[in-house]
Design a protein around this ligand. Structure first.
Ligand SMILES: [Zn+2]
Length: 78
């Protein structure tokens, strides 16, 4: 595998940081979104997740959808 292919593969797979992969991202997304909406330290509580979202379109989409959903719930609830 040459360098070009390596870089391409890394883009396809998303960032492979030590902290958060897609599985953990998915597991903690609820918590992260709750904290975000509450105006709390989401990034500090779930380290690496923001970075993962930035580099992973699939999780990013999941996050945006969940954020919209929870925000709507909040809006309806009194
Ligand atoms: Zn992901």
């Amino acid at each position: 595998m040459n360098e070009h292919d390596q870089a391409r593969l890394e883009r396809l797979l998303g960032p492979t940081g030590p902290e958060v992969g897609c599985d953990e991202c998915f597991n903690r997304l609820d918590e992260f979104v709750e904290l975000e909406l509450a105006g709390l330290e989401a990034d500090a509580t779930v380290p690496g997740l923001r970075a993962h979202l930035d580099g992973c379109p699939a999780c990013r989409e999941e996050h945006d959808a969940l954020l919209a959903l929870v925000a709507e719930d909040r809006h309806d609830a009194r």
